[in-house]
Design a protein around this ligand. Sequence first.
Ligand SMILES: C[C@@]1(CC(=O)O)C2=NC(=C\c3[nH]c(c(CCC(=O)O)c3CC(=O)O)Cc3[nH]c(c(CC(=O)O)c3CCC(=O)O)/C=C3\N/C(=C\2)[C@@H](CCC(=O)O)[C@]3(C)CC(=O)O)/[C@H]1CCC(=O)O
Ligand SMILES: NC(=O)c1ccc[n+]([C@@H]2O[C@H](COP(=O)([O-])OP(=O)(O)OC[C@H]3O[C@@H](n4cnc5c(N)ncnc54)[C@H](O)[C@@H]3O)[C@@H](O)[C@H]2O)c1
Length: 274
Amino acid sequence: MSIEIPEPNGSLMLAWQVRNRHVLLVGGGAVALSRIELLLQADAKVTVVAPKIDPTIEQYEKLGLLYKVHRRKFLKDDLKMYEGEASRKLDQFSGVDHFGPEEMEQIEQAVKQEQFALVLTAIDDKNLSKQIYYWCKAGRMQVNIADKPKQCDFYFGSVVRQGSIQIMISSNGKSPRLCHKLKHDKLEPLLASLDAKTAVDNLGKMRGELRHRVAPGEDTPTIKERMAWNTQVTDLFTIEEWGQFDDTALNRLLSFYPKVPQRQDIIVVPLENF
Ligand SMILES: C[C@@]1(CC(=O)O)C2=NC(=C\c3[nH]c(c(CCC(=O)O)c3CC(=O)O)Cc3[nH]c(c(CC(=O)O)c3CCC(=O)O)/C=C3\N/C(=C\2)[C@@H](CCC(=O)O)[C@]3(C)CC(=O)O)/[C@H]1CCC(=O)O
Ligand SMILES: NC(=O)c1ccc[n+]([C@@H]2O[C@H](COP(=O)([O-])OP(=O)(O)OC[C@H]3O[C@@H](n4cnc5c(N)ncnc54)[C@H](O)[C@@H]3O)[C@@H](O)[C@H]2O)c1
C-alpha cells in the first residue's frame, strides 16, 4: 500500500479561541494596531502597554473595545498583571481526580481571569523584545515577538473574512507581503463573488436544528447517522445554492431526516431560471 507523506516544514494552522481571555500587547504602533484588529475579531480581552499609542488604537479605547491601555513603558510585572486569586484557584484544581459540574464552572471562570493566554510584542526595542520572550517562556506563556520569527510560538497571517468564514494565509515567514498580495489580488475577489456568509449561516442553522431538535442524542449510532446525513446534504447543493435558501427550505430539508432528500425535492425549478 502506498501512502502520501504529509509535506513537512509548515505550521500547525489552528483557529485559536481567545474569546474572553486576557491578551497582553506590548507596543502601540502600526504593527500593534494590526494585532488589535485580529484580536478584536476573536473577542479577546486586550491590554495594551506602550508610551506612544496609535490614534486608531485610541479610538478603540474610547469605544470601550480594549480591556486596558497603559500609557507607559513595559514593566516585567506586567506579565503577571491579572494573576492572583484565579491562578491560585487553578493550582488547587490541578490535583483533583474527577471534576463535578460545580468545579467545572469554577475552572471556566478562573481561566478567564487568569494570566495571559497570549503575549504579543510589537516594539522597536530588540533587546527588550528578547527579554520579554524569555520571561514568557519561564512563565509558560505563548508569545509572538513581531520582529523575531525565531522567538514566536505562532505567527500571524493574512486573514480574509466573510462572516463566520475566515481564511488565513501563511508563507511561514518567507514573505508576509506575498501573503498580503495573495489575499488582496486573489482571495478577496474570490470571496466577494460568493455569498459564503449566508451559505455558512444556513448550514450552521440546519446543523444546530439537526443536533438539538431533529436528531438529538450523544450515543455513537445517532452521532454517526447524523453526521452522515449532514455530510451528504451539505454536498447536495452548491455554495451559491446554500447562499439562497430560506428557513422554509431548511425546514423542508430537515423534514426528510433520516432519509437524504434529492436535489429536486428542494429545488423544483433550476435556480438560474428564477
Ligand atoms: C501577515 C502579516 C500579519 C500581521 O502582521 O498581522 C505578517 N506580516 C505582515 C506584513 C508585513 N510585515 C513586514 C512587511 C514589510 C515587507 C516584507 O518584509 O515582506 C509587511 C508588509 C506590509 O506591511 O504590508 C515586515 C516583517 N514581518 C516580520 C518581520 C521580522 C522578520 O521577518 O524577521 C518583518 C521585518 C523584516 C525586516 O526587518 O526586513 C515577521 C512576521 N510577519 C508576519 C505576519 C509573520 C510571518 C507571516 C508569513 O509570512 O507567514 C512573522 C514571521 C511574525 C508575525 O508577525 O507574526 C502582515 C500582512 C497582513 C496583511 O496585510 O494581509
Ligand atoms: N511582524 C510584522 O508583521 C512586522 C511588520 C513590520 C515591522 N515589524 C517590526 O515590529 C516592530 C514594531 O513596528 P511598528 O511599525 O509597530 O513600530 P512603531 O514605531 O510604529 O511602534 C513602536 C511602538 O513600541 C512602543 N514601545 C517602544 N518601547 C517600548 C517599551 N519599552 N515598552 C512598551 N512599548 C514600547 C512605542 O511606544 C510604540 O508604540 C519593529 O521592530 C518592526 O521592525 C514587524
